[in-house]
Design a protein around this ligand. Structure first.
Ligand code: 5AD
Ligand code: FES
Length: 394
């Protein structure tokens, strides 16, 4: 009976059949060590890694720490973060600065305040700064940011690197800003499973998954170092979704990754699902594992240790740096505005000054046995390699 298949198949086909059966059984039984020894991860491999506990989890984190050491070194680069406005035209269901949140004082730094913060980054030898705000699209916003970019390049004699993170814009706008000196752009895709994306955003043309994807493509085509990422521990999210997110990042060939735990904000619609979420410490742990897996999958990209990690664990960002992250974003937004850029509850450091942030982060980096590199852009090595391959294939 067990050999019926032998009678219906030719000897060669039955050997192939047997081989495939063995491979399928073996695949199911791969240990974490065997998965970590592979060149590429399948979706199932990634799910196993994200599920790992105890000694298996330690193996995963050790492997990613070793890869970081080998490909990046025990180094961290700063991006002085200026959250220059919390005015947003969108209504993402998870975000504290969404347009619909009326329990929030809206602010917009003056150009002089932004330039003063940029000068602080320059004088303190940060190497780079990041300009972030709520999402607005208009000719005024386009030319304002363009002018600011020229001024920042001017005041730093071209030495400050600039990352932009101001959301979805038209291709020609991204191009204008690139020509004005911005060379990195962070646009989190938030969730790559379109069904999940639709559950965490309003169902209208302003929150269109395909537009967001198109924006990422534009950024990459224009020549930006392109960064994306997702939130971890969202309602309705599965490990399969997270595995898909990591495979998306690899296939898209991103240069930078910024991922953080989802933390509910009381004034948002998604906070109604708080009871269905993983406990905060599990969301934190899952974020660490996500960072570890992406570091192993994409050895030379830049990975941010997100502030949201510290909102859960006081040592959150150090832990991220230890196992794979190499970018920190000290907040240099003038103190009086910080409390109003609350994307989620318990956002840390809203009481600190820029100086406080720097010394605190420096101490934190040394706790992670790493060293801050001053005065360098700290570009993604992945980007340099990707661009040189593109040039040589032309
Ligand atoms: N929890 C965690 N991260 C959040 N963000 C927005 N709201 C939240 C939240 N409630 C993240 C999004 C966005 C980035 C600027 O902040 O991923 O892209
Ligand atoms: Fe502002 Fe999502 S709420 S971009």
């Amino acid at each position: 009976m067990g050999y019926v298949w032998k009678r219906v198949l030719t000897p060669a086909a039955s050997r192939l059949f047997l081989y495939l059966c063995i491979m399928i059984i073996k695949e199911e039984k791969l240990t974490i060590k065997e998965i970590l020894d592979r060149e590429d991860f399948t979706r199932e491999n990634i799910i196993s890694l994200l599920n790992s506990e105890g000694a298996d989890r330690t193996l995963l984190l050790k492997k990613s720490a070793d890869i970081k050491e080998k490909f990046i070194g025990n180094k961290v680069w700063f991006r002085g973060l200026i959250e220059f406005s919390n005015i947003c035209s969108k209504d993402c269901l998870y975000c504290g600065i969404r347009k619909g949140n009326k329990n929030l004082v809206r602010y917009n730094l003056s150009d002089d305040e932004i330039i003063a913060a940029a000068r602080f980054a320059y004088v303190n030898n940060y190497g780079s700064l990041a300009l972030q705000s709520g999402e607005l699209e208009s000719p005024n916003v386009t030319s304002r940011i363009e002018n600011l970019l020229y001024k920042i390049k001017d005041l730093s004699k071209g030495t400050l690197g600039v990352t932009l993170s101001v959301g979805e814009q038209e291709h020609k706008v991204y191009k204008k800003w690139y020509e004005a000196g911005a060379h990195r752009y962070l646009l989190r895709i938030e969730a790559t499973n379109q069904a999940l994306y639709n559950k965490i955003h309003p169902n209208d043309s302003k929150h269109d998954f395909n537009r967001r994807l198109g924006c990422l493509k534009s950024l990459q085509d224009i020549g930006y170092q392109t960064g994306t990422g997702v939130m971890i521990g969202l309602p309705f999210q599965s490990l399969d979704d997270l595995a898909g997110d990591l495979l998306f990042m690899k296939n898209f060939n991103i240069d930078m990754c910024g991922m953080g735990p989802y933390i509910e904000h009381v004034d948002t619609p998604l906070s109604a699902y708080s009871d269905e979420l993983l406990p905060l410490k599990d969301r934190f742990d899952l974020t660490l594992k996500m960072i570890a897996v992406i570091r192993i999958m994409m050895k030379d990209i830049n990975i941010v240790a997100a502030t949201a990690m510290q909102a859960i664990d006081p040592m959150g960002r150090e832990k991220a740096v230890k196992i794979g992250a190499n970018i920190l974003m000290p907040n240099i937004t003038p103190g009086k505005y910080r409390d109003s850029y609350k994307l989620y509850d318990n956002k840390p450091c809203t009481e600190d000054s820029a100086e406080d942030c720097q010394s605190c982060l420096e101490a934190r980096v040394s706790l992670a046995d790493a060293e801050v590199v001053y005065g360098e852009w700290g570009d993604s090595k992945h980007y340099e390699l990707r661009r040189s391959k593109e040039v040589s294939s032309k």
